[in-house]
Design a protein around this ligand. Structure first.
Ligand SMILES: Cc1cc2nc3c(=O)[nH]c(=O)nc-3n(C[C@H](O)[C@H](O)[C@H](O)COP(=O)(O)OP(=O)(O)OC[C@H]3O[C@@H](n4cnc5c(N)ncnc54)[C@H](O)[C@@H]3O)c2cc1C
Length: 360
């Protein structure tokens, strides 16, 4: 059994782990990073204006530019109307990026840093007390540190240990995802817009990425697969028969938790958010940006990390409330869904203002 000591242990090789490792590498912290090989890097994420701000603050935006797919508008649509319910111009302020390229670009900037030791395995347990932390790796080695940054996602070890067991479990969610390639029959779908189709108790979002050659799709709602198959809208008909993968979200507790003794969480481990406002990755970048700013200040890292946790808890509560409102509105059924769509159609500034509030 080997033993190793570092200032920080980072656990998780997704967006949150990579952002944490990037922030620490810029701050020249001494880090052991548990970064198991990522099995599923399919699909893309949206980069709204607030993500751009956070990535610029972190210093990694310029290196991502070559992978960005520009988006010119956000279109909110209804199968029964030919006119968009709302169309928001986001030209030059909004992008999409393939998940794989985002991670490759960030990780390339970290690998050259001698202060970061990368271990391509999982941890199987951890301990934390007022003085230090320890992690045991899958191969049985022991690593101790001053702090742990837990970035192992919504079903990881840290969240499972830290979230109170009596918390109410969230209701089962029906979320499906897919990626399709452009061909001569479906090219109408590959315009530079985020398309949000609202319907009766279900909705679908799709947007292009990687030079508008691929489309990332998310379908939400209990009977959404059946309802999509029945659609006779010209564009939605092009999505019939594609392969959907179910995203299992039924065992995720949505409570926000950022710290416990010397463990500090980042990304979905701290705050699993429903995908209604495309803020999962954006809030992870925000975590990274606030973490970076706080660790940059002189003084005690424990004090700085607690400041990070307090600031992010407040901000996340605001975003989670907005996301909850959006989720309620998207899932309206029957007459309520018709009223919702009419209201959006008539209130020109409503969505614009809502998004400005979200991204501020
Ligand atoms: C289909 C889908 C579409 C999405 N679209 C968007 C979008 O458009 N915009 C947006 O902002 N967000 C989106 N999100 C959310 C966004 O991807 C996440 O919020 C963001 O990636 C943060 O992820 P994370 O790194 O915290 O967690 P994860 O991506 O879950 O990564 C966790 C990592 O921890 C590792 N790990 C787990 N256990 C251990 C262990 N014991 N030891 C070591 N490592 C471990 C895993 O291997 C994994 O690499 C989407 C999510 C999904 C699923």
């Amino acid at each position: 059994m080997k033993e190793k000591y570092s200032q920080f242990i980072i656990v998780g090789g997704g967006i949150a782990g990579s952002i944490a490792a990037y922030a620490c590498s810029r701050l020249k912290k001494n880090v052991v990073w548990f970064c198991p090989k990522n099995e599923n890097l399919e699909g893309a994420i949206q980069i709204p204006p607030n993500s751009i701000r956070f990535l610029k603050n972190l210093g990694c935006f310029d290196n991502l530019k070559k992978f960005l797919n520009p988006i010119s508008s956000i279109r909110v649509r209804d199968q029964n109307f030919k006119q968009d319910l709302s169309s928001i111009n986001v030209d030059q302020q909004y992008f999409t990026i393939e998940r794989r390229n985002l991670l490759i670009s960030i990780n390339e900037q970290i690998k050259s840093n001698a202060n970061i030791s990368i271990i391509n395995e999982k941890i199987i347990s951890f301990t934390s007390n007022k003085k230090e932390c320890k992690c045991i790796s899958a191969s049985g080695d022991e690593y101790s540190s001053e702090f742990i940054l837990g970035a192992d996602g919504p079903s990881g070890i840290f969240r499972n240990n830290l979230v109170f067991k009596e918390s109410e479990k969230s209701k089962k969610k029906y979320i499906f995802r897919s990626v399709i390639k452009r061909n001569k029959h479906n090219s109408i779908l590959f315009q530079s817009s985020i398309n949000l189709w609202l319907d009766d108790g279900w909705h679908i979002v799709y947007y292009p990425f990687s030079g508008e050659n691929y489309l990332n799709l998310i379908l939400v709602g209990k009977n959404s697969l059946k309802k999509l198959e029945k659609s006779n809208d010209y564009e939605l008909e092009l999505l019939k028969g594609i392969n959907w993968k179910s995203i299992n979200q039924d065992d995720i507790i949505e409570e926000i938790i950022f710290n416990y003794e010397r463990v500090f969480l980042i990304g979905d481990a701290a705050h699993p958010i429903q995908p209604h406002l495309a803020q999962g990755a954006a809030q992870t970048f925000n975590d990274g940006s606030v973490l970076f700013d706080n660790l940059l200040s002189n003084g005690d890292d424990f004090f700085n990390l607690n400041r990070y946790a307090n600031k992010r808890t407040k901000e996340l509560n605001r975003v989670r409330n907005l996301s909850f409102m959006a989720g309620k509105s998207y899932s309206s059924k029957g007459i309520m869904s018709k009223i919702r769509n009419k209201l959006i159609l008539r209130s020109e500034y409503y969505l614009d203002d809502f998004l400005k509030e979200l991204w501020k």
